[in-house]
Structures are given as C-alpha cells and as structure tokens.
Design a protein around this ligand. Structure first.
Ligand SMILES: [Zn+2]
Ligand SMILES: [Zn+2]
Length: 257
C-alpha cells in the first residue's frame, strides 16, 4: 500500500532539525510521494529546491492569502517562471481565507486572480486554500474560467453543497486530519459523498495533527490515521482508499509511476 501526501510543507523551519529522518519515516509508513507546497515566492523556491533533492517529491508554487498584503506585481514574472518548472506540478497554495483575515479581502482576491491567470498560462492545476470564503471563491473561479478548471480544494472544510459545487466545477477534494476531529461530523458527511475519482489525502504538516497526536507537530507518517478514518466513513478498506487516492493524485498532478 502506497500513498501520496498531496499537501505538505517540509521546507518549513519546524523540520530543520530532522527533515530527512521525518521524510524517511513517512516512506517507511508507505507514503512515497509528496507535493511540497509553497506559500509565497521565497517558500516556493525553497519548496522547489527540496523537490529537486528528495526522491518522490514535486512542488507547488503559490502565494497564500495570508501573505497577500505582501504581494507586489514586480513578483509576477518570477512566479510565472517558477510555475513553468517541470518539478512544479501546481499553482498553490492560493485562495481566500476569511477566517483568519490576515490580509485584506481585495488583496487576497487580486493575488488569487493572478494565480488563475498563471494556471491558465502554464496549464497546471490550482491548489486552493479556502476558509469561510466559498461563495467568493466560486464567483472568482467562474469569472476566470469559462468552462471550469482542474485543481484541488486542499484541507477541505466545507459542507455537502460546497463539496458538490467544487466537484461540479471540476475540482478534487482533499482531506487532512481535521477529518479525524470529533466535532467534524458535517465534514465526514461530505467525505462520504465525494465521487471516488475526486478524493485526495494530505497532511498539511507541520500543521493539523490527527486526533491521536493532537498538540504535536504533524508529519506525513501520521496520514495513515486520516486514511483509516476516510475508509471507515466510506465503508471501504484503507487499501481501497490508498489505491484510489494515489491514482487520483497521479492523474491530477501528472505524477509519473
Ligand atoms: Zn492552506
Ligand atoms: Zn498548507
């Protein structure tokens, strides 16, 4: 059984002391491929460097809505150049976060629109970070893409209607360990109904450890707990979940065997 962690931040300082050992631990647990995701230009470059060093790694080049206030159009050519790199398999993470509101909404939307334009220019999927902003994300997506697009709602936190709208738009739905949290019954309802060819798994490590590891730093090896939870919710085996999420990740991000 092998799995893909479709959203992880191994380049963050949280892993400076034991990065390689932690990646090895994930491989031992069966997680053999990783999409390491950038959150601004510097971290996207760092993410790409890691992807060039570590086997099984690809990277995302993005600009997080939290960082949107720091964005300058001067950065656009470098962002687009990065996006064309063969190891960069997605534009992200990008999106709208109206929960933490660390950047003003117009700045978030502007950066997100630039991301949509870059995704179209380089023909790569989007990795979307969306919190409490589903109506606005769908509004911008339908203005930017006449016939839908491809990508993923990472760390999905919406309800069944939001999930259905994302799927109708052409997107995948990725579940992190918040699926294992006791209070998230509504999220488990959505997880049960996602079409089989649109589900992905991720950790978002170092953030969001699963229920049994709460308070600790998250890491890719802990993703098995989310896989087991998703299997239980959908009434299938963890092996089934591993198979279908690995195939879905390979299809969406164009990962070679
Ligand atoms: Zn995110
Ligand atoms: Zn993230």
């Amino acid at each position: 059984m092998t799995l893909v962690d479709t959203h992880v931040h191994f380049h963050f300082p949280d892993f400076d002391a034991d990065r390689h050992e932690t990646i090895e631990r994930a491989r031992q647990a069966g997680i053999t491929r990783f999409i390491n995701v950038g959150t601004n230009l510097e971290t996207s470059v760092a993410s790409l460097h890691l992807a060039e060093e570590e086997k099984g790694f690809s990277a995302g080049a993005g600009f997080h809505p939290h960082d949107a206030a720091r964005f300058s159009e001067v950065d656009l050519p470098q962002w687009e150049n990065l996006a064309r790199h063969q190891k960069i398999v997605a534009i992200g993470e990008v999106g709208l976060d109206y929960f933490r509101n660390l950047s003003p909404h117009p700045a978030q939307e502007l950066v997100f629109r630039h991301a949509c334009r870059i995704a179209r220019a380089v023909d790569k999927p989007l990795i979307l970070h969306v919190r409490d902003a589903f109506p606005d994300i769908f509004r911008v997506l339908s203005e930017e893409f006449q016939k839908g697009w491809k990508g993923v709602f990472h760390c999905f936190s919406g309800d069944v209607p939001a999930m259905k709208q994302a799927v109708a738009f052409g997107f995948h739905i990725s579940f992190s360990a918040i699926l294992t949290y006791k209070r998230n019954d509504e999220l488990r309802l959505a997880a049960r109904e996602v079409p089989s060819d649109r589900i992905l798994l991720e950790t978002d490590a170092p953030f969001l450890p699963p229920q049994s590891q709460r308070g600790k730093r998250n890491e890719s090896a802990f993703m098995l707990e989310t896989a087991r939870c998703l299997a239980e919710v959908r009434g299938v085996t963890p092996e089934d979940i591993a198979c279908l999420t690995t195939e879905n990740a390979a299809n969406l991000f164009g990962l070679a065997e």
